[in-house]
Write a protein that binds this ligand. Structure first.
Ligand code: AMP
Length: 186
């Protein structure tokens, strides 16, 4: 299965992606995690990405698309993948379609985890305490939510047109939401 997972910051994408990719036996590819790893290692990509991440802005499409293209070319992604946090812009949607079309493939599903804004801000502030992610300050969280609403939320319409969008309520316990997601994907 080739799946993309969308949803506002704090909706639980990362946690849920890890759970469902395990159940489905496909690699979990998180662009945010790849960026954080590169920031941690101090690579050129990390230095570039960090400038945007710390402000809650998106890393430029050219940088993100090249990274994803590289990752999807790895052998473990040949039989399916779960993309977490990509695509996030119209240009990324376009680029992903092109990447897949080159090998005669297409997406099976776009899953949108929906969440209540107040609740996700609370979740992110809690995560800030636990994990200390540098982009989990209140100001940056607000900006990330705005950027999501402006640039990413509208993209689900394209997947709805293709008939592959499923929306899943992300509120409730982690396991409960995982069950909902797996049911929606079956
Ligand atoms: P995430 O872990 O998915 O919340 O991503 C953390 C940050 O990484 C985002 O706020 C962006 O700055 C950057 N990022 C992750 N994925 C993308 C993407 N597809 N396009 C642009 N920036 C991204």
């Amino acid at each position: 299965m080739r799946i993309v997972l969308m949803g506002p910051p704090g909706a639980g994408k990362g946690t849920q992606a890890a759970a469902i990719s395990g159940s489905l036996g496909i690699p979990h590819i998180s662009t945010g995690e790849i960026f954080r790893k590169n920031v941690g290692e101090g690579t050129e990509l990390g230095k570039e990405a960090q400038k945007y991440m710390e402000k809650g802005e998106y890393v430029p499409d050219s940088v993100t698309n090249a990274m994803v293209k590289d990752r999807l070319a790895q052998p473990d992604a040949a039989n399916g993948f779960l993309l977490d946090g990509y695509p996030r812009t119209a240009e990324q949607v376009q680029e992903l379609n092109t990447m897949l079309a080159e090998t005669g493939l297409k997406l099976d599903k776009c899953v949108e985890i929906t969440a209540d804004t107040d609740e996700v801000v609370q979740r992110l502030l809690k995560r800030a305490e636990l994990e200390g992610r540098p982009d989990d300050t209140e100001e940056v969280i607000r900006r990330r939510m705005e950027v999501y609403a402006e640039q990413t939320a509208p993209l689900t319409a394209m997947y709805a047109e293709q008939g592959i969008l499923v929306q899943v309520d992300g509120m409730g316990g982690v396991e409960e939401v995982t069950e909902r997601l797996l049911a929606a994907l079956r």
